[in-house]
Ligand binder design. Structure first.
Ligand SMILES: Cc1cc2nc3c(=O)[nH]c(=O)nc-3n(C[C@H](O)[C@H](O)[C@H](O)COP(=O)(O)OP(=O)(O)OC[C@H]3O[C@@H](n4cnc5c(N)ncnc54)[C@H](O)[C@@H]3O)c2cc1C
Ligand code: FES
Length: 269
């Protein structure tokens, strides 16, 4: 089956907090029951979320789907507490209600003929890639994973990822897992050995990693996609607050993205 970027109509709905877990200091996973959203969500898409009774969350905040369970009508988010909105979310309790708009954005494209993919992520940047990894695995295609973080404590879902990957490569800035350095050096080694080992590379978040992938792409000609994060006002294409510069003009991350072809994005912006 091929994943396409065909959009589903976003739904304005309520969700109920089903589970809430502190994973590591400042990092949380919250599971929501919202069947209409979970049943149509695709890897790489996101939701806008708010708790309307709390004024700090008046503007909804965007979060990528981390786990999608259409059968149970649930999805989860993996997030870092960075400001007022995520602080409120980090105190969620089972049974609480949230307001949602989703699924939003275009999601990852997985071309039909692809045999092996690579995912390249730093820290919590793995979150949007996990549903894609699961999808690729369920279609019996191969996954090479390249994970980095400042320290091994800030690697997320790496055991899950490792369990379904042909190989998982690590770098950490402090050397606590894998080697210090840039994780794309392993991608380069793999491609040097077998230039056709990987058909598509997916990444999220880190523009530094994305620039290295872009350099490798010019040499090895694989397809590459990046999921971008920008501050968002509306999440539905109306406010133009989330634009990024691309090779064909400014594009809205919430509407034309968040997934873009890597070579389209102006990465030094
Ligand atoms: C499509 C998309 C998917 C996302 N998925 C996730 C996810 O899965 N997990 C996760 O932890 N975060 C994710 N984010 C980022 C998340 O939306 C922000 O961390 C959140 O909105 C911060 O809200 P806040 O009220 O806590 O922080 P604020 O008080 O609004 O801001 C606190 C700090 O965070 C910075 N910040 C806020 N929003 C963003 C943003 N969008 N990008 C970069 N910096 C920002 C601000 O500049 C400020 O320094 C995603 C963003 C987008 C656009
Ligand atoms: S957030 Fe309003 S247009 Fe993207």
């Amino acid at each position: 089956m091929t994943m396409t970027s065909k959009r589903n109509t976003p739904i304005f709905t309520n969700g109920i907090v089903a589970e809430h877990v502190l994973l590591k200091n400042g990092y949380y996973k919250t599971v929501f029951i919202a069947p209409q959203v979970a049943q149509t969500a695709k890897p790489g898409q996101f939701v806008m979320l708010s708790k309307w009774n709390i004024k700090e969350l008046f503007l909804k905040r965007p979060f990528s789907f981390y786990e999608i369970e259409p059968e149970t009508g649930r999805f989860s988010l993996l997030y870092k507490k960075v400001g007022k909105g995520t602080a409120v979310l980090s105190e969620s309790k089972p049974g609480e209600q949230v307001e949602l708009i989703g699924p939003l954005g275009n999601g990852f494209i997985l071309p039909e003929k692809v045999k092996n993919i690579a995912v390249v992520a730093r820290g919590i940047g793995v979150a949007p890639l996990l549903p894609l990894i699961r999808k690729v695995k369920s279609e019996n295609r191969g996954i090479y994973s390249f994970l980095s973080a400042s320290s091994k404590e800030l690697l997320f879902a790496n055991e899950l990822v490792e369990a379904v990957s042909l190989n998982t490569y690590y770098t950490t800035d402090d050397g606590s897992k894998g080697l210090p350095g840039n994780v794309t050096m392993f991608l380069e080694d793999l491609l040097r050995e077998d230039p056709e080992a990987i058909d598509v590379v997916y990444t999220c978040g880190s523009k530094r990693l994305a620039r290295h992938i872009g350099e490798l792409q010019q040499r090895y000609h694989f397809q590459a996609y990046i999921s971008l994060e920008e501050r968002m006002g509306c999440g539905i294409g109306a406010c133009k607050g989330c634009v990024v510069e691309t090779s064909h003009g400014y594009q809205r991350v919430c509407k034309e993205g968040p997934v873009f072809r890597l070579e389209e994005v102006v990465l030094n912006a």
